[in-house]
Design a protein around this ligand. Structure first.
Ligand SMILES: [Zn+2]
Length: 628
């Protein structure tokens, strides 16, 4: 009886956890059969743009009767085997279900009695959404092809059949065969040593969610940055990358000082070719990063602070479903600014926070209410739709509000305890809120009353009491912008010699706000283009090698019809695939018929060089169809 009662309680608890953490973006049934480990074995076939090999899953069977259900997208499944002891395998059966546009197809594998191993022989498709196969022309070296993966949010299933939910954590091992002159790297410990021979072995012994499994193959070289940090890049990029990233070890130490030990062994950074669709991806032990962050003056390394911060928020404590994405990104954006403050000082961190708030407010102006909610409902939608500034900047502001209310010392201690308490777990928003209540709010009800937690998490917009980061340096920049716009000074008289990238960005945004305002001087678009021309003569923005400044300038050039910048715009769109840059530029072009025609003409050439994730976004912006 007592056992039966216990069983009922356990079942009920399991049910509650399952219901709370229901992942609408996975077919998997981890409450019945849960994958714990995967052994991967691949040949990297560049000529066929295919990974071909096997995945051997070790499963835990909570139900003895239910089949294993996995997520797949565009995988070709050849055959399946099962094993009771992991030594002897027998042929098994499988059923690949119908393909859903967002989720892919479920792979159902019946399990014989006591079977705990399942081996799947398969290959990926050349168009796999999580893989990008680059021709030599798309690399810096121009000699060898390149492959990299990008699995977040639900793209791991396009190259590995598994339970592709952030709520399911697994360990992994991999054996990868490549052309002998290329190097393979993964988000794991490299067991092969430094030899370059086309045969590589890896192991990740800490349980991670599937979206953090990562692989890259190319003509890569390594340079050490510190005792446990280093950088991989193509040979021609390596020296620049190592100089730019020389503060990495310092950043790791600064983060540990506040939030507890770095638990992943090494922290290396892989600088990818420019078609990488994101700024960075926090693959454990090996951040993947865009080369557009290499500005030459460390002004864009907030990106590394961000990816490093994910080693705590995201990789160590993970969102259980994509509804809870803000637990990854809001915490990480908050930590990113804290790392910047520790390494480069408070003014720099406040500039970044101010720019972040500006972007957030701009984005909120164009979003549906439902998409302004931290605990967003993404049922029936692509989880990549939730990747706006809301989880990042609104999430970070919420944590900043807690910090300002309870004091930094107390809040730091709370966060350190949070990372420790949920280390190597995937948690929901509800679990965070319960922990917050118990470990911070309930201990000081007077202060807790000042934080509208429910409004922050479940309502659109920003609470009236939201923090307002501000930067005195930015106020001075605005003053100069207005003096120039009011014809009080010439551009050459602006005291900009020591301005940082962030100050330049704020200057340009301030100018655009005035030029874009219908009541402002100058009124006509011709006058706006003349203002652009004056700025360009003084500061050479069209030729800027800083990707953030170039992007901001090109966006303004489209808005103000500043045609001398159009050749650079075209070059930018044809060489860079980072979605944060190219999507707004195409959107801006698409606002006028002439711009739309220009956009289509550029996109026709650029599209084959973009990553599938970027292609999906730009197709939507330009209503692209095969006939274009
Ligand atoms: Zn992030």
């Amino acid at each position: 009886m007592i056992y039966r009662l216990l069983f009922a309680v356990v079942t009920l608890v399991a049910l509650v956890i399952t219901v709370n953490a229901q992942d609408y973006h996975s077919y998997a049934n981890p409450a019945a059969v849960r994958v714990r480990h995967v052994d991967l074995d691949w040949n990297v076939l560049f000529d066929q743009k295919t990974l071909k090999g096997s995945a051997t899953l070790t499963v835990e069977r909570i139900s003895q009767t239910e089949p294993l259900i996995l997520d797949t997208r565009d995988l070709k499944i050849d055959r399946v085997e099962t094993s009771v002891d992991g030594m002897h395998y027998v042929a098994g059966t499988f059923k690949l279900g119908d393909n859903d546009k967002i989720l892919g197809a479920p792979l159902t594998i019946p399990l014989p009695a006591k079977a705990t191993r399942v081996r799947i022989f398969y290959s990926s498709s050349p168009g796999a959404s999580g893989l990008q196969w680059l021709d030599p022309a798309q690399t810096a070296g121009k000699k060898d092809p390149f492959l990299f993966t990008q699995s977040e949010a639900i793209h791991a299933r396009s190259w590995i059949p598994l339970q592709d939910s952030p709520g399911v954590r697994i360990t992994y091992a991999a054996h990868v065969r490549t052309p002998p002159n290329l190097l393979a790297v993964m988000s794991a410990e490299n067991l092969s040593g430094p030899a370059r021979n086309g045969d590589y072995r890896f192991r990740m012994q800490q349980a991670i969610p599937s979206y953090l499994i990562a692989l890259a193959v190319g003509d890569l070289q390594f340079k050490s940055l510190g005792p446990r940090t280093g950088v991989y890049a193509e040979p021609s990029t390596l020296a620049l990358a190592a100089r730019e990233l020389s503060d990495t070890e310092k950043m790791v130490t600064a983060t540990e000082r506040v939030y507890g030990p770095y638990r992943w062994g090494r922290y290396d950074i892989l600088v990818l070719p420019p078609s990488f669709p994101y700024g960075g991806m926090e693959n454990p032990r090996l951040t993947f990063a865009t080369p557009t962050m290499l500005a030459g003056d460390k002004s864009l390394v907030s990106l590394i602070a961000h990816e490093l911060a994910h080693s705590w928020s995201g990789n160590l404590v993970t969102n259980a479903t994509w509804r809870d994405f803000w637990l990854n990104e809001g915490f990480t954006t908050y930590l990113e600014r804290r790392i910047l403050e520790a390494v480069y000082g408070r003014p720099r961190a406040e500039m970044e926070a101010t720019l972040g708030l500006r972007d957030l407010k701009e984005e909120i102006a164009g979003l549906d209410d439902r998409d302004e909610i931290l605990h967003i409902d993404l049922k029936g939608r692509d989880p990549d739709d939730g990747s706006t500034d809301i989880p990042y900047e609104k999430g970070a502001l919420f944590l900043r509000h807690l910090e300002e209310t309870f004091g930094r010392a107390r809040f730091d201690q709370f966060l350190k305890g949070y990372f420790n308490h949920f280390a190597f777990q995937s948690i929901t928003t509800d679990q965070f809120v319960a922990y917050l209540k118990q470990n911070l709010l309930d201990k000081d009800p007077t202060l807790a009353a000042k934080v509208p937690v429910d409004e922050w998490i479940n309502h659109p917009g920003l609470p009236a009491s939201a923090p307002k980061p501000s930067s005195p340096a930015f106020a001075r920049v605005e003053e100069q912008a207005h003096l120039w716009l009011g014809s009080k000074i010439r551009p050459e008289q602006i005291p900009s010699a020591k301005w940082t990238t962030q100050e330049w960005l704020h200057f340009l945004q301030t100018v655009q706000t005035v030029l874009g305002s219908p009541t402002a001087v100058p009124e006509s678009s011709e006058a706006a283009a003349q203002s652009m021309s004056a700025l360009d003569r003084a500061f050479h923005f069209t030729r800027s090698g800083n990707s953030e400044i170039a992007f901001q300038w090109l966006l303004m050039s489209i808005r103000n019809r500043y045609e001398p910048a159009y050749p650079r715009l075209e070059e930018f769109l044809l060489t860079i695939g980072r979605r944060k840059f190219i999507k707004p530029l195409y959107e801006e072009l698409a606002k006028t018929p002439a711009g739309k025609a220009r956009a289509l003409s550029i996109y026709r050439r650029a599209r084959p060089t973009y990553h599938p994730i970027a292609v999906a976004s730009i197709d939507e912006v330009l209503k692209w169809s095969a006939g274009n």
